[in-house]
Write a protein that binds this ligand. Structure first.
Ligand SMILES: Nc1ncnc2c1ncn2[C@@H]1O[C@H](COP(=O)(O)OP(=O)(O)OP(=O)(O)O)[C@@H](O)[C@H]1O
Ligand SMILES: C[C@H](N)[C@H](N)CCCCCC(=O)O
Ligand SMILES: [Mg+2]
Length: 223
């Protein structure tokens, strides 16, 4: 079973977009896939349940059908930092629930299991803890999604530094084109290639969710 934690240079940089792409690429080469979004903030209330858009997208892109409550066990309604949302509800984020949720998914024995974080690498989860502490316990390899926009160089380098300081392996980074025409895109890619000291796994084009070469590049990650 290959398992990767998908982090990003920030919130809204394309972690979900790239995770869906990775799941489609893996499915295309016949892999059994699952995805997990342990903690979400920004949900719609559907009956008694809180449904997060990321979790829905991951649920639909995976090959194993799972109830949304298993894809995303900890969900908060407002689109804010999750530990603040928890605090507003007089509750806390339960690390055992995050860990138990992963174990439940692992029982399906997928070939590929992706775990999407929330926000960036050092996401606080309350009581002085961080989501990265849980990933450390799991000893999971990390994939960094770099949202290609001004400021991404600093964010990408700091993220890689923090992941390594936590003793985890960076499987690689993925450049995600958040716009059709980032100024000096190639120079930014070259800067990341020379400074990140981790493999560039792929470049995801802007608004082309089924680009064949990109799907092929992503599938190579799992071979
Ligand atoms: N390559 C791309 N082409 C077109 N749109 C994109 C691309 N990457 C991301 N987007 C869009 O940018 C927005 C943010 O992407 P996404 O939701 O994947 O970010 P995220 O890092 O998962 O955010 P969060 O921290 O909320 O989980 C979405 O509307 C998504 O559809
Ligand atoms: C609401 C947003 N889209 C994410 N779900 C949560 C992002 C939390 C970021 C916390 C922070 O680092 O400031
Ligand atoms: Mg997301």
């Amino acid at each position: 079973m290959q398992q990767y934690f998908i982090t990003g240079t920030d919130t809204e940089v394309g972690k979900t977009y790239v995770s869906e792409y990775l799941l489609r690429a893996a499915a295309k080469v016949g892999l059994k896939t699952l995805a997990y979004k342990p903690v979400s903030a920004g949900c719609e209330r559907v009956g008694d349940a809180l449904v997060n858009e990321d979790a829905l997208k991951l649920q639909r892109a995976a090959t194993v059908a799972l109830p949304i409550s298993q894809v995303n066990p900890i969900a908060f309604a407002p689109p804010i930092a999750p530990h603040i949302a928890a605090n507003l509800e007089n509750t806390t984020i339960d690390i055992d629930a995050i860990d138990g949720g992963l174990k439940l998914l692992q029982q399906h024995q997928p070939d590929l299991l992706l775990v999407e974080g929330a926000g960036g690498w050092r996401l606080p989860i309350g009581q002085g803890g961080f989501l990265s502490d849980v990933v450390k316990q799991w000893r999971m390899d990390v994939i960094i999604v770099v949202g290609m926009r001004l400021g991404c160089l600093n964010h990408a380098l700091l993220t890689a530094e923090a992941v390594r300081a936590d003793g985890l392996n960076i499987k690689g980074w993925i450049a995600n084109q958040l716009s059709a025409d980032m100024p000096n895109y190639q120079q930014n890619i070259q800067t990341l290639e020379s400074l990140l000291k981790a493999p560039k796994l792929a470049e995801i084009p802007f608004s082309q969710p089924n680009h064949i070469e990109t799907l092929n590049d992503l599938a190579k990650i799992f071979s």
